[in-house]
Each structure stands twice: as structure tokens, then as C-alpha cells.
Design a protein around this ligand. Structure first.
Ligand SMILES: [Mn+2]
Length: 337
């Protein structure tokens, strides 16, 4: 029996829509990562080169190293209230990239209200299919991979800048081609992108690793606060507001910190808790093998992927930690070995 690619149908329908559209709005999730930004910039450039009018919208300015993605200067932050002309909001097509649910678009969602066909392009297991059209595939390593397929299937423009942004998106979401979401398709796509002159080491150094020295200061403080629970099966790191103040680092500097407790022998589940404000804490959860952390995060109103997920909790750190460890411990015991 022939295996029919389940994405062919949505791809075809969305390509038809894109070709007919004139004015586009592109957005990604709040606290965007390299996949969200790279996919958005790449897709935006391809559409622009096709002769479309494109607005790339982000909530707030992007910090280095992600600010070094080529094309970030074309991104705009939301229009200030009172300064928005309705004609400016008049989009034919609104595209959300790498965003599991509409709420995660944050303040950008205000630009959504102006109408237009909505398209949701994403690879999160917990995606709510909030678009009128949805190109959602949890088997894709990244949104970058889906945008690549869209560009190729629609015969849309590709160039070195688009290629580098898509490659960065894929390299980042696969942990540089190590995570279990890395497939032979991922490698074939990445190889094709490299034909445009993408240099993986340069991408690593410039965009994925290019942090300032304050990040190390913050890391050393956070490493001091690593705890192990459930006989070493859960590794936990806490990053408090005080540590940010003392080190001079920013929230975006914690990218990858959760890997430190994660890569300790015996740890099955790692979590980094970042204090956002006194009673708001962000939980970033990683699984090494067995447990589905998207499932765990959704018990707290969050979501994500089987091996990488998260949620934001309201309440004191002590209570949140206790509740989390209870559910995480239960999940570890429930999941067959
Ligand atoms: Mn992603």
C-alpha cells in the first residue's frame, strides 16, 4: 500500500491561499526562540521576494545572540494604541509560526482582530489547531522544517538568507541534530540548505552560542541551586530575579541552562524554574527518554513537545515546586520502563 503523506493536502491548500494573498502578517510565540524567529524571517523574505507585502511582528525587541539572525531589522513591535490606522491592520492572511496556541502570541494577537484568513504553522504536540488553516505536524523537528516544505512545494523563492534562517531554526530545535526529533528528512532538508552556503559552525558561534560573559555569572549562580529529587531521577534548577540583578544577565541568557541538570547520569526529567516576578514562575521541562513532558506540562495549563515542554505557574515557589514534584513523580512511576 502506498503511504500518503498526511501533509500534502494542507500544503496544497495553503500554497493556493498564499499565492492569492496580497498583504501578510507573520507572528511567532512570545519569548521567541531561534525556530520561531528563523521561520518567521525566512518565510517573510520568501513571500516578499514573491512580490507580497509582509509585516513581521514581534512583542518586544530581540536581544543578542538571536538578534544576529539575518533580517531581524525588518521585524516590527506592535503598533502603539491610538497610532494604529485600521487600514494598516488590513491583512489578507495572518500566519502564526511555531505557536501551539493563540494565547501564546501575547500582545501580537491584537493585530489578529483586523480579519484575514488565519494560518497556523507549527510542530508542537499540544497545538490547538486555532487557525482556519493548519499546517501542524508533531513529527517535524521544527517549524523551520515545515516552512522549508511549504517553500519547496509552492516553488517559492529561496536564497542564502532564507536558507540560513531555516537552517538555524532546525539546528536549534534539534539540539544541533542530536535530539530524537532529528530524522533522515531533517538531515536531507539541512543538506539542501547547506547548498546555499550555510556554515553550521558559523551559525553555532554567532547565533546559538554568542552570549556575553554575564551569562556565565548567572550560570554559576544557577548551578549552585541545582537540586535532585526522586532518588536522582529529577534534576531541578532555580533561577531567581535576584540572580539576574546580581549577574546583570537577561532572561534570554538562560537558554540551554536546563541541559546542565538534564545531562547528569540517572536524571530522567529536568526542569528549570525561572522566577518571572514574585508570584510567577516559568517551568521549562526536558525529558531524556521515557516520560512525555508535554503531558506533564498540560496538567499545569502549559504544553509543548514530548521531550521539551513548559508552563507558567502562579503562586509561591515552594507550593509550585511541591505540586510539580508530586505530578512529575507520579508520571515517572506511571510510565512503563
Ligand atoms: Mn519549534
Amino acid at each position: 500500500m502506498d503511504v500518503v503523506d498526511p501533509l500534502l493536502d494542507p500544503l496544497k491548500r495553503i500554497i493556493g491561499l498564499l499565492k492569492g494573498g496580497r498583504r501578510f502578517l507573520l507572528m511567532t510565540h512570545e519569548d521567541p526562540d531561534a525556530d520561531g524567529l528563523g521561520s518567521m524571517i525566512a518565510f517573510g523574505k520568501s513571500l516578499t521576494d514573491l512580490g507580497k507585502e509582509v509585516v513581521l511582528l514581534i512583542q518586544k525587541p530581540i536581544n543578542p545572540p538571536l538578534a544576529l539572525l539575518k533580517g531581524t531589522e525588518r521585524m516590527r513591535t506592535p503598533w502603539k494604541p491610538g497610532k494604529v490606522s485600521e487600514s494598516e491592520k488590513d491583512f489578507d492572511i495572518v500566519v502564526a509560526l511555531d505557536c501551539a496556541e493563540k494565547e501564546r502570541l501575547g500582545v501580537c494577537v491584537s493585530a489578529w482582530s483586523g480579519g484575514g484568513v488565519t494560518i497556523n504553522i507549527d510542530h508542537h504536540e499540544t497545538n490547538t489547531f486555532f487557525g482556519q488553516y493548519n499546517l501542524v505536524d508533531a513529527n517535524s523537528s521544527s517549524t523551520g522544517e515545515l516552512v522549508y516544505r511549504l517553500i519547496r512545494a509552492g516553488d517559492f523563492p529561496m536564497d542564502p538568507e532564507i536558507a540560513e534562517n531555516l537552517f538555524t531554526a532546525i539546528q536549534s530545535d534539534t539540539g544541533s541534530f542530536r535530539y530524537t526529533n532529528t530524522t533522515s528528512t531533517t538531515m536531507r532538508i539541512s543538506a539542501d540548505l547547506m547548498e546555499y552556503g550555510v556554515n553550521p559552525w558559523d551559525v553555532s558561534q554567532r547565533i546559538l552560542n554568542g552570549y556575553g560573559p554575564v551569562r556565565l555569572k548567572l550560570l554559576s549562580m544557577a548551578l549552585d541551586r541545582v537540586e535532585f529529587h526522586n532518588k536522582g531521577r529529577i534534576g531541578m534548577m532555580v533561577v531567581s530575579r535576584g540572580m539576574f540583578t546580581e549577574s546583570g544577565a537577561r532572561d534570554s541568557d538562560t537558554e540551554g541552562f536546563v541541559d546542565y541538570p538534564r545531562y547528569v547520569e540517572g536524571v530522567e526529567l529536568a526542569v528549570m524554574i525561572t522566577e518571572k516576578s514574585e508570584n510567577t514562575h516559568k517551568f521549562s521541562i526536558r525529558s531524556n527518554a521515557r516520560v512525555n513532558v508535554a503531558d506533564l506540562a498540560s496538567r499545569f495549563g502549559g504544553g509543548g513537545h514530548a521531550r521539551a515542554a513548559g508552563f507558567t505557574g502562579n503562586g509561591s515557589l515552594g507550593t509550585l515546586k511541591k505540586d510539580f514534584l508530586f505530578e512529575a513523580g507520579r508520571l515517572l512511576n506511571e510510565t512503563p520502563r
